[in-house]
Design a protein around this ligand. Structure first.
Ligand code: NDP
Length: 449
């Protein structure tokens, strides 16, 4: 007999969902977390990030309001108020997560878990260590920001520290061109920080539709962000209260703060996995089969720790699929096709399906591209120089829509509905047959000729 039917290490999106579902199916469940319940998404990711995005958009909203007859009042921004209110909201959400787990009889243990053998876990907290045993074990330890090995990298921060800033820097340099880099650059810029973004490649947001990527860079530059492509940092040298950055293009720049957003590394070291035979990829991610089983038959893994798309809804779905398979006799796995995603850049991006480049490779001459570039109605009176872009990609042979991309206000909200259409295999004719919601930006999706 084991102490638990199911023991989960890591109380992030995947771990919380899996433990709650397993308990619903009747399992005795324990959950170890050495930090706060909620994981990256709730504590230092999606949720506080989005609150900061809202905060940072006000500067532009205030400016826009003049064209609608509002006289510009005096505005000032107080980071301390935003940070305190963000902290209160995150505390509230963490409390709700805890309550929910409690209501489902999941025993939450504030400790760090380490595998001793395939059924035994050592739990360590400030008061010492103890061991527990479990029949099935889930590793849902997520991922952590990774930094390149360059001289002076110890002076750089990740987005984690931004959520704890006591005050905003005057000047910041963001390194990277992925989700976090573009989102954070938008936040800093909106809050009045002099912001640079350095990206080593040809165009930010590799993997997304090229035209959308180029559009975002153009709009970020218009908003005042110093976006530099083909530029990386070779060395960070502290200089008084500032940092001198030696750049790969031979230039130098001085900044108050350097934030790296150069990807995330699976949290798999120091928790005894390899010692008990759990196979890892070269980059540290846990290798699992399609039912999230590792190379050890009672140990499973979901979420960022297995790689793939590091997105909260994916971790949640994987956690739910795993527990349906293991505790409800219903073999289930996640279908990774047509996963919509939003980037809360400014302007935001919503996307689902293939990029034009990938679609061209797969469908060749059968690919049909529909695009619409326009100025949002709100920006006409506002006088804001910002344009939106919507693209639909269609397989000419079947008329099926295989990709939908949008950059512009409300993209994240709009793409969710479009994703359902792609998921059920909607054709361009069916898009065209759908009555427009007027006047809206979303209607562009059904009006493209
Ligand atoms: P990403 O993988 O999105 O981007 C990493 C960026 O860093 C890329 O531009 C990459 O360049 C660059 N990079 C990698 N290594 C180096 C290096 N050694 N030197 C310079 N640049 C480098 O990672 P993020 O950290 O932005 O985000 C992690 C994950 O979190 C994302 O993949 C996403 O899944 C998730 N996330 C999702 C959000 C959302 O849903 N809105 C928001 C934030 C995060 P290159 O392209 O050349 O490889």
């Amino acid at each position: 007999m084991y102490d638990y039917d199911f023991f989960v290490i890591g109380a992030g999106s995947g771990g919380v969902r899996a433990s709650r579902m397993a308990a619903t199916y009747g399992a005795k469940v324990g959950l170890a977390e050495d930090y706060r319940v909620g994981g990256t998404c709730v504590i230092r990711g999606c949720v506080p990030k989005k609150l900061f995005v809202y905060a940072s958009e006000y500067a532009a909203h205030f400016k826009d309001s003049a064209g609608f007859g509002w006289s510009e009042a005096e505005h000032s921004f107080d980071w301390k108020i935003l940070k305190a209110n963000k902290d209160t909201e995150i505390d509230r959400l963490e409390g709700l997560y805890g309550k929910n787990l409690d209501n489902h009889n999941v025993e939450v243990i504030k400790a760090r878990g380490k595998m001793l053998d395939k059924h035994t876990i050592e739990l360590t907290d400030a008061s010492g260590s103890r061991t527990i045993t479990a029949d099935k074990i889930l590793i849902a330890t997520g991922a952590w920001p990774s930094f390149p090995d360059i001289p002076g990298i110890e002076h750089a921060i990740s987005s984690n520290e931004v959520f704890e800033f006591e005050q905003l820097p005057k000047k910041i340099t963001v390194v990277g061109g992925g989700y976090i880099a573009v989102e954070m650059a938008g936040i800093f810029n909106g809050l009045g920080v002099e912001t640079s973004l350095l990206y080593r490649g040809e165009e930010i947001l590799r993997g997304f539709d090229l035209e959308i990527r180029a559009k975002l860079r153009e709009e970020m530059i218009k908003k005042g962000i110093d976006v530099r492509i083909h530029t990386n940092v070779d060395e960070i040298i502290p200089s008084g209260d500032e940092y001198l950055l030696k750049l790969s293009d031979g230039n130098e720049t001085v900044t108050d703060c350097v934030m790296y957003a150069t990807g995330r590394q699976a949290n798999t070291s120091g928790i005894g996995l390899e010692e008990i035979g759990v196979e890892l990829k070269d980059n540290g991610e846990i290798i699992v089969d399609k039912y999230y089983k590792s190379s050890v038959d009672n140990i499973f893994a979901v979420g960022d720790v297995i790689g793939g798309m590091q997105l909260t809804p994916i971790a949640i779905k994987e956690g739910a699929a795993l527990t349906a398979t293991q505790f409800n006799d219903t073999p289930t796995f996640v279908n990774y096709d047509h996963i919509p995603t939003a980037i809360f850049s400014q302007p935001p991006i919503g996307t689902v399906g293939l990029s034009e480049e990938d679609a061209r490779e797969k469908y060749g001459d059968d690919l049909q591209v529909f695009r619409s570039e326009y100025k949002s109605m709100k920006f006409t009176l506002a006088g804001r120089d910002e344009r939106s872009l919507i693209k639909l990609l269609v397989d000419g042979k079947t008329d099926k829509v295989i990709g939908a991309h949008m950059i512009g206000p409300d993209s994240a909200e709009i793409i969710q509905g479009i994703a359902i259409a792609l998921k059920v295999g909607a054709t361009k004719a069916q898009f065209d047959d759908t009555v427009a919601v007027h006047p809206s930006s979303a209607e562009e999706f059904v009006l493209m000729k």
